[in-house]
Write a protein that binds this ligand. Structure first.
Ligand SMILES: [Zn+2]
Length: 121
């Protein structure tokens, strides 16, 4: 291994560690639920609005998400592995549920900017 490679690897580890720290330090309750299907925003929800929503794709694949008391989970999916369903509830900003086989991605996004300050007080 060359010296430069070691520097590069250390740099990458450092960056990953920093981004993890940032996510944990600024963990805030997100306010929106973003549903992305095949890299396009499919639907957006308010995290505080209790609802169940079925995502039906043209190829017949389906996923059902449930939003309840500020939490989101995938309740049903047509994918073979069901990893998305097993992931359970998420609630924090930047947390996400991915259903790789169906190309469905559910993410919590955008707590208000002032929220971070409010949490710190
Ligand atoms: Zn799945």
């Amino acid at each position: 291994m060359k010296k430069n490679d070691i520097f590069l690897i250390c740099g990458i580890i450092f960056i990953i560690a920093c981004s993890f720290l940032l996510v944990f330090a600024f963990r805030s309750e997100g306010s929106r639920v973003l549903v992305v299907v095949d890299k396009e925003v499919y639907k957006e929800f308010d995290l505080n609005e209790n609802t169940t929503y079925e995502i039906r794709q043209e190829n017949g694949e389906r996923n059902v998400i449930e939003i309840k008391d500020g939490y989101v989970r995938m309740t049903e999916a047509s994918c073979p592995d069901k990893l998305c369903v097993k992931q359970g509830w998420i609630r924090y900003n930047y947390e996400s549920i991915t259903c790789l086989p169906n190309k469905v991605y559910v993410r919590i996004s955008g707590g208000e900017e002032g929220e971070l300050d409010a949490v710190a007080e």
